[in-house]
Design a protein around this ligand. Structure first.
Ligand code: SF4
Ligand SMILES: [Zn+2]
Length: 115
């Protein structure tokens, strides 16, 4: 299970984004459905195949989310992304910098190349 500093930071970022979204759309922090989404997103990060090498999930070549979860998280990102800049500027800047990095290669492909 992933537990490095980048993964921890990603967990904080996604949590803050879901909180911003929930407060604006459901008047809560957090409603049951958003809490489920958060748990799901954290679990994906726990088992992300890229680990500490990951880029942002938006740029991920495999995107491991189930279709309905993917739709939900996209809505959250679209709404909360621009608002992160003033609510959580440090996390937002780190996220933006990461988004500039090219998506890493799938670990399986990497292994095959070195063999
Ligand atoms: S979408 Fe991609 S980067 Fe994000 S957790 Fe899943 S595998 Fe990792
Ligand atoms: Zn909610």
């Amino acid at each position: 299970m992933n537990n490095g500093p980048r993964i921890q930071r990603e967990k904080q970022t996604v949590e803050q984004m879901i909180r911003i979204y929930c407060a604006a759309h459901h008047g809560k922090v957090l409603c049951e459905s958003c809490e489920e989404l958060l748990r799901y997103a954290h679990k994906r990060l726990d088992y992300c195949v890229f680990g500490e090498e990951k880029s942002t999930c938006e740029k991920c070549p495999i995107h491991c989310y189930k279709p309905e979860r993917k739709t939900q998280i996209k809505q959250v990102m679209r709404y909360a992304g621009p608002r992160m800049t003033y609510k959580h500027p440090i996390l937002a800047i780190q996220h933006m910098l990461k988004n500039l990095k090219p998506a890493p290669e799938h670990p399986k492909n990497k292994k095959n190349k070195t063999m």
